[in-house]
Design a protein around this ligand. Structure first.
Ligand code: FAD
Length: 412
């Protein structure tokens, strides 16, 4: 409180952190990065909900779904070169996978999601945010009934998430946009979605209006004085602060190296296409589990996202990734046949080897904090990540369930 805080990173986590830090009386400089499109959220599906707050037993659980790695058209990719040069990350990933699936890991992830959902609803009410948030639930479809039964049994055993099993005709009733497709499904009533691009631009507006100085640039270097951070350099200017928060998604790894630290984040690349002004669209988000594709209505637009591929940060996604998305979308929704997407984009999910976020004070520098590593949940976790980061920076305590996220586990 009453301190000068520098927040680095213009994605949803940096946006909410800046907001809450300002709200508690600090003077905040928010270095939001060169381009709004550099946030992974720009390409994201914007799904928000308890069922998605920890890895569902779907294609993203690499270990349990090896079949994806051997299919030629698979949306799950593992660059061999990347894997070989990141063996330590992959070995930590395979060793610690159980943590996220443990009761404590699940509980803390769940708390991040439900806390954020509450914050998002309050924001929509208080700031009339035009983020097209929809509380329609999510439909997950399957090509075979066996596959659906397997997943529903796992969900039943787990008992955390509300769901409803649908036979093909019930699926169609629930989502008529599926046309003649005969797909079994699972309906998750508690899931919501929002337009993440609007979230990013609305948060810039709200933060500016609340008196935050927004610096639309990257940081190039940092200056330390013993074990404290003196300033960061952005656009040639030294930006001083009492405390510094790094919430820069995958960019946090580059910034960590400026401090001489190694932050173990791997980029989980994902891609998206967006159709604008479509006359027909599903009225709720649909996950086509067999294709690994999500279709999400956002106002007058329809977005499709897919892929989880581990590649280097300089990876240039080839055109075939977007072609795959187009093919699946026009197969599922006949009304999209012959229609070209208005935009295509890709982003890097910042993934820790234990699938848990990194939140808290640095174990190496006295006035440095981290809020990152939210992998495939950074939109749905962002509100609560930001609120908790601001409490910690203000010297307060957060519930012990979040101790699991401590940066000290990676010595950063
Ligand atoms: C295809 C796809 C689908 C997804 N679907 C979902 C979903 O449905 N739900 C969900 O919750 N999440 C989803 N995600 C994940 C989500 O987008 C990320 O977890 C989230 O964006 C991470 O937020 P962040 O603020 O930590 O980082 P980012 O959003 O990546 O933002 C990082 C910010 O840091 C800035 N930055 C980087 N380097 C520097 C620097 N040197 N100086 C200053 N600024 C810098 C960047 O410009 C950017 O503004 C998806 C991601 C992808 C790619």
């Amino acid at each position: 409180m009453n301190e000068n805080i520098v927040v680095v990173g213009g994605g949803p986590v940096g946006a909410f952190s800046s907001y809450f830090l300002r709200k508690s009386g600090n003077s905040v400089k928010w270095i939001s990065g060169k381009k709004i499109t550099n946030s992974a959220a720009w390409s994201s599906a914007g799904l928000v909900g308890p069922g998605l707050s920890f890895p569902l037993p779907d294609y993203e659980g690499l270990k349990g779904n090896m079949k994806w790695l051997f299919r030629r058209d698979s949306p799950v990719r593992l660059g061999m070169g990347f894997m070989l040069s990141n063996l330590s990350w992959f070995s930590a990933y395979s060793r610690s996978r159980h943590k996220i699936l443990s009761e404590s890991g699940k509980k803390s992830q769940y708390m991040l999601t439900t806390g954020s959902m509450k914050i998002l609803d309050e924001f929509v009410e208080n700031y009339s945010m035009g983020i097209d948030i929809v509380h329609t639930g999510l439909l997950q479809t399957f090509k075979t009934q066996e596959e659906m039964t397997k997943i529903s049994e796992e969900l039943r055993k787990d008992g955390t998430v509300k769901f409803e099993v649908l036979l093909p005709e019930q699926c169609l009733e629930r989502e008529p946009a599926l046309g003649t497709k005969k797909l079994s499904g699972i309906y998750y009533p508690e899931e919501s979605s929002l337009n993440p691009r609007k979230l990013l631009s609305e948060m810039r507006r709200i933060n500016r209006e609340s008196g935050i100085e927004v610096i639309e640039n990257d940081i190039e270097s940092v200056k330390m004085n013993g074990s404290s951070v003196k300033h960061v350099v952005s656009g040639g200017d030294a930006i001083k602060g009492d405390e510094f928060l790094i919430s820069s998604g995958m960019g946090s790894t580059v910034i960590a190296s400026m401090f001489g630290l190694k932050l173990p984040l791997a980029p989980g690349w994902g891609h998206s296409i967006t159709y604008d002004d479509v006359k027909e669209r599903p009225h709720m988000p649909v996950e086509f589990s067999e294709d690994g594709v999500y279709a999400i209505p956002m106002g007058n637009s329809l977005k499709a996202t897919s892929f989880f591929e581990f590649r280097g940060q300089s990876f240039k996604p080839p055109a075939e990734r977007f072609e795959y998305l187009k093919r699946v979308m026009s197969d599922k929704f006949k009304f999209l046949d012959g229609i070209e997407p208005a935009s295509k984009s890709s982003g890097m999910r910042p993934c820790t080897p234990d699938s848990l976020a990194i939140l808290g004070k640095s174990s190496k520098f006295t006035n440095l904090f981290w809020a990152t590593g939210n992998c495939r949940q950074g939109v749905m976790h962002s509100g609560e990540m930001g609120r908790l980061a601001s409490i910690l920076i203000d010297g307060g305590k957060i519930p012990e369930e979040f101790d699991l996220f401590s940066p000290s586990r990676f010595s950063v």
